[in-house]
Design a protein around this ligand. Structure first.
Ligand SMILES: Nc1nc2c(c(=O)[nH]1)N[C@H]1C(S)=C(S)[C@@H](COP(=O)(O)O)O[C@H]1N2
Ligand SMILES: [Mo]
Length: 368
């Protein structure tokens, strides 16, 4: 029996594989990747702020928007990438020359880095890490690889993607180009609508792709890590909250409750994409700084009772410590903090990633 001959580039005659179709899908994908990259950079700099960078504390919900967009644009990029790969895969059957071989290599880097990036990004939203490398650093490095490879790809393709007025080949299949674009746009919208609700509460019930619904959790707020997972022991009678600064302060929980209390309406915006607004009550960090004799604009190290681990401490840059919205919160949505939300005290500050909103706080250290 004779096997049929392998396909060649000429076997794919559908105009849906035309470079202009690839160009249109490439533009859509390019926009998604750009939004994802820029919002990702913002999130990175929030967590690793270099000394020269001054991150503003307002708008208070800025990080909620940028990180919601980050996860949304990454999710929407998945169907766009699949569609783009489908339009161009017949090119794989062209006989390579040295030039196209080099180009293919650069596209291989781009596609594999982007596919891996989107894949580990989505698994991160599920808090599932079935790999030996650190997620955060890898995710960040891949972002730069993608942008570099994308710039090379665009530069190589400039002659093809420039809009030319030459007529397109006539449609030969039942699915027209417009039909394909509608299908791809529909798929992208569908995955968008079924995930955006994790950060836009009115759409919460539709968010079947998202692991967390913004209003499901104790006190109407999701929990990212429970007290049990973090190994938090029950409070003992000797528990004290301390501030280490020019003077050292020490309070029992009742004494903390006697200090002047303030309100803030601020969201928790997790790097994993879910976010929810909440109403917080507690003591302004700048009031505590004042009480211990430190300037309101001091850098403050926040220490949790959690032992070890990436979330056990965080730092408030001076502008965040000084902001009147930044609280050592004791109450959430009208009642005492639930244990899983950080009882007896946690940090809540405007325009910050959830990872820095440290829970189960028992000490503040004023840094020089
Ligand atoms: N000590 C400590 N603080 C923590 C965490 C943690 O695991 N340990 N998780 C952080 C993360 S990733 C988020 S998104 C928020 C979530 O707050 P919530 O669980 O009260 O909603 O808490 C932050 N504070
Ligand atoms: Mo988080």
């Amino acid at each position: 029996m004779k096997l049929p001959a392998p396909p060649t580039a000429q076997s794919f005659r559908s105009p849906l594989h035309h470079p202009r179709v690839a160009t249109v899908l490439g533009r859509w994908l390019g926009v998604a990747v750009l939004v994802c990259f820029l919002t990702g950079l913002f999130s990175h700099f929030q967590q690793e702020s270099p000394a020269w960078l001054h991150i503003p504390t307002r708008p208070a919900s800025l990080y909620r928007v940028t990180q919601g967009l980050h996860v949304l644009s990454g999710t929407v990029a998945v169907p766009l990438l699949l569609a783009k790969l489908w339009t161009v895969y017949p090119k794989l059957f062209e006989k390579p020359t040295l030039k196209t071989l080099l180009e293919r290599l650069s596209i291989l880097v781009l596609v594999s880095a982007l596919a891996l990036e989107l894949f580990i990004g989505y698994l991160n939203t599920l808090q599932w890490y079935p790999w030996p490398f650190p997620f955060k650093q890898t995710h960040y490095a891949l972002g730069w690889i993608i942008v570099g490879a994308l710039l090379v790809h665009i530069a190589v393709k400039i002659p093809v993607i420039q809009w030319r007025k030459e007529p397109l080949p006539p449609a030969t299949t039942d699915l027209t180009r417009r039909g394909l674009f509608r299908t791809v746009a529909g798929a992208a919208t569908l995955v968008g609508i079924t995930s955006v609700g994790q950060s836009a509460p009115p759409l919460g019930p539709l968010a079947v792709l998202a692991p967390r619904k913004p209003d499901v959790g104790p006190q109407g707020l999701p929990v990212n890590r429970t007290a049990r997972d973090a190994g938090i022991d029950p409070l003992t009678a000797s528990w004290r909250f301390t501030v280490v600064g020019p003077q050292q302060l020490s309070y029992t929980l009742d004494q903390l409750r006697q200090l002047p209390q303030n309100h803030s309406k601020l969201p928790i915006a997790c790097v994993e994409g879910w976010s929810q607004g909440a109403h917080w009550e507690g003591i302004r960090i700048r009031d505590l700084l004042h009480l211990c004799g430190a300037p309101a604009s001091s850098r403050v190290r926040v220490v949790s009772m959690e032992k070890g681990g990436f979330y056990a401490t965080s730092e408030l840059p001076p502008q965040f410590a000084a902001d009147p919205l930044t609280l050592l919160a004791l109450r959430l949505n009208g009642s005492e903090l639930a244990l899983d939300h950080g009882f007896p005290a946690r940090i809540i500050a405007p325009n910050r990633p959830g990872v820095l909103q440290t829970k189960w706080v028992h000490r503040l250290e004023v840094l020089a």
